[in-house]
Design a protein around this ligand. Structure first.
Ligand code: GLN
Ligand code: ZN
Length: 761
């Protein structure tokens, strides 16, 4: 009998076969009425709980299941429903909940953004106009009671802590942060009070913001908040959970008046361990030891995990430790059962959420043996891990690249001013040239044809000719509209990362490795398991075909190395820097092929560059250096009259302005709809020296903007970018938009550019 306990901090909602997603979408589309929706959701919830319970972990979380997003659950429960949804019903109604999540006519959805450096999106609390804060209902109590009644299970409810909740909210001025946090104390207290009364013993309070930059001034506030929460209910035990990195102020955090603290010993290494060794551990306090990587898809290395536990045990008695994943398993697919396609060694090395729970239990059993002084023989579960990981390490696909070459010099090009002159005379573009970001509307027939082609019901020729036909149609349309730099339209792609992953060596594709991205949307990230290598032309045919139809330049279009890394799962035996470098070299081969074939403009998209920047600013310079190098490597060696473009979105450009400069692309196109003012200001303070296109309209909305609004954006931009370097383009790719609205929007965009040119004369 093990005396070392285990915990799950959170578990996927989507279900083994994405039942959750299907049920939600059936309800939204009206195929399922509210009462059967709720009954079936309850069934899913209970089945999910018993699955976690059956794994044998001691602490089973409740309240982490949601109908859309956990942050949104807090928003509703705390009566923070934005004004525009209030007439739809009470905060606990499905009408209000899903309207906040998805928007309705006249009331746009709450903003959504990425959860720390993961690919999961949460809904952002809007605090500006909602001073009234009270507990409208208690979803954690409902979840706790449901589990107890249905399964007789004592669960550990999970809340997002008040500090993190507010750090992620918008509309909180820095000088009122403390005041706002204090306002939350009674609401959290009430939640805890009701849980305690219902019989809860432990509550897990997630504070991932503690691993980001925490200003010194927040420390007294954290002490105040947790003292208040603890003293309001001394009998209820609080487990303060951090993840995604090491805590910023370990000494203060370790001493917070809570009963246990959870730390991430995967991404938080070596700092978390060193902090424990340096400051010691408060007697009697529980340590949640996050040693199984909740964000990777690989089996845990038992030798490393046990070695780490031994080091921890020198400071914290094992009886006081809970063995747990590094974070919620939300970020992992559900189970490897059913993964059999493709490479057996790779499949054999996988551990998804269910398997990670089994690993925890096996590790805890082994620890119990260590405690009782028996010889630490690995249980079969972990012995299998050892063998599977050894096979993966020896995989032939991992022995291809030298991995030594990071320091190879990256060829630099002539200074921008020289390139600019050469490119102007080569391309003869007007002032304020117009272009798009790459993808054009992917209509249902294209998506269906791709599916049929994958299933083998239509052949290569039929599929190709449909793609070509669509490209030809859009080349003509772009010319008619008067766009200066054309694109082939990316009709061949499902997704900008998956498409290239299929064309490069070193990737694996799961059959069922889905993870939630936002709401009911799930993604199946490709898995980088081996050395990524070029396998021959990827975009050449499509680009050359498009170019053959027009005299205007057609941009070659590739997904950059950082984005290829960020939106995949990847191997952990080499650094991210090394993986990005391999991808960059593979892409570079394609860049040079395009150039040699006569393509004069090549765009390498990096929308994810900002997104995977480290959570602490101190770590940025190192990251930006290698990520910029990867980009530069991907376009290295091109001629000075070849024009390199890049595109970024979802990012506050002003935060990475130096890095963007160091990338030294000839033209960058940026999304601006969400931060137009801030961007113009940033460019005012630090002018950008190369070509730049500031998105003149938001492609995320189906509304066709009017010409004048776009003209205004161009005028604003001309205040900070000289007219011979400003480009005119939409915010992002157009693949999710319909054809008629896209045509109309692009017409107006070129019209706006024409009007702006006239004003310049
Ligand atoms: N070239 C891509 C497209 O237009 C860029 C997508 C993105 O930035 N996310 O779809
Ligand atoms: Zn974009």
């Amino acid at each position: 009998m093990s005396i070392v306990s285990t915990a799950a901090l959170g578990y996927p909602r989507i279900g083994e076969n994405r039942e959750w997603k299907k049920l939600l979408e059936a309800y939204w589309s009206g195929k399922k009425d509210q009462s059967s929706f709720q009954t079936e959701m309850r069934d899913l919830r209970i089945r999910r709980l018993s699955r976690i319970q059956q794994s044998g972990v001691n602490f089973v979380p409740s309240g982490d299941f949601t109908l859309y997003d956990s942050m949104l659950d807090h928003i509703a429960a705390f009566s923070l429903v934005p004004e525009r949804f209030k007439d739809l019903g009470t905060p606990d109604s499905l009408a209000v909940y899903f309207a906040m999540a998805r928007g309705i006519e006249g009331a746009p959805a709450c903003e959504m953004t990425k959860w720390f450096d993961t690919n999961y999106h949460y809904l952002v609390p809007e605090l500006a106009h909602s001073p009234e804060l009270k507990l409208a209902f208690n979803p954690w109590l409902t979840a706790y009671t449901e589990a107890k009644e249905a399964l007789g299970l004592q669960t550990r409810p999970v809340l997002i802590g008040p500090y993190t909740f507010l750090r992620l909210a918008k509309g909180v001025a820095a000088n009122e942060f403390a005041y706002r946090v204090r306002k939350l104390i009674p609401v959290y207290s009430q939640v805890l009070q009701q849980l305690a009364e219902a019989g809860a013993e432990w509550v897990q309070i997630d504070e991932p913001s503690l691993v980001t930059d925490v200003p010194d001034a927040h420390l007294p506030l954290l002490i105040e908040v947790y003292s208040a929460l603890k003293s309001a209910h001394p009998q209820l035990k609080l487990q303060l959970q951090t993840y995604f990195g090491s805590v910023q102020h370990p000494k203060v955090i370790f001493e917070l008046p809570v009963d246990g603290i959870g730390l991430d010993f995967v991404r938080g290494q070596p700092d978390n361990l060193q902090a424990i060794e340096q400051y010691g551990w408060v007697k009697g306090k529980i340590l949640g030891a996050g040693i199984v990587d909740g964000r990777s898809i690989w089996r845990v290395n038992p030798d490393q995990a046990l070695a780490l536990i031994e080091q921890l045990a020198r400071v914290v008695p094992l009886e006081q430790c809970i063995i747990q994943p590094s974070c919620s398993l939300l970020h992992s697919p559900v189970t490897v059962k059913g993964e059999s396609s493709g490479d057996a060694i790779v499949n054999g090395a996988f551990a998804f959420a269910d398997e990670k729970l089994e690993e925890l239990v096996s590790i805890a059993d082994t620890c119990a043996l260590l405690l009782s002084d028996s010889s630490p023989v690995l249980p079969p579960r972990l012995e299998t891990n050892r063998l599977a990981l050894a096979a993966l390490r020896g995989h032939p696909a991992r022995q291809r690249a030298s991995n030594q070459a990071l320091s190879d010099t990256i060829e630099t090009r002539a200074p921008f001013s020289n390139r600019h002159a050469l490119q102007r005379s080569r391309f003869q573009l007007p002032l304020l040239p117009t272009t798009t970001i790459g993808s054009l509307p992917q209509t249902a027939d294209i998506r269906k044809a791709r599916l049929d082609w994958r299933r083998g019901t239509i052949d290569d020729l039929a599929y190709r000719s449909l793609l070509n036909e669509r490209t030809a149609l859009w080349i003509k349309r772009q010319e008619e509209i008067g766009i200066d730099v054309l694109v082939h339209g990316e009709f061949e792609r499902t997704d900008m990362v998956e498409h290239f992953a299929h064309l490069l060596d070193g990737y694996h594709f799961t059959s069922n490795g889905w993870v939630q991205s936002y709401g009911s949307r799930c993604v199946k990230p490709p898995i980088i398991f081996g050395d990524v290598m070029d396998r021959g032309a990827m975009t050449l045919e499509d680009t050359l075909y498009a170019q053959s139809l027009t005299n205007r330049p057609v941009k070659g279009m590739l997904t950059g190395p950082i984005t290829m890394l960020a939106w995949s799962f990847y191997r952990d035996d080499i650094s991210k820097e090394q993986i990005a470098d391999q991808i960059a070299r593979a892409l570079n081969a394609e860049v040079l092929r395009l150039e040699a074939a006569g393509i004069g403009m090549i765009q390498v998209d990096e929308p994810a560059l900002r997104e995977i920047a480290p959570l602490k600013r101190n770590d940025w310079p190192e990251y930006l250096e290698w990520s910029v190098n990867a980009f530069r490597r991907s376009v290295a060696g091109v001629r000075n009259d070849t024009q390199i473009h890049t595109h970024m979105c979802y990012c506050d450009y002003h935060e990475i302005i130096d890095a963007v400069e160091a990338m030294d692309a000839d033209v960058i196109s940026l999304e601006t709809s969400r931060s137009h003012g801030a961007l113009i200001q940033a460019l005012h303070h630090q002018p950008y020296a190369n070509g730049i296109g500031l998105g003149v309209y938001d492609i995320h909305s189906p509304v066709v903007p009017d010409t004048n609004t776009m003209l205004e954006v161009i005028r604003d931009s001309l205040a900070v970018v000289p007219s011979d370097r400003l480009w005119v383009n939409p915010d992002c790719g157009l693949k999710t938009r319909g054809e008629p609205e896209t045509l109309a929007a692009l017409e107006r965009m070129t019209e706006a550019a024409r009007l702006a040119r006239r004003e310049l004369q």
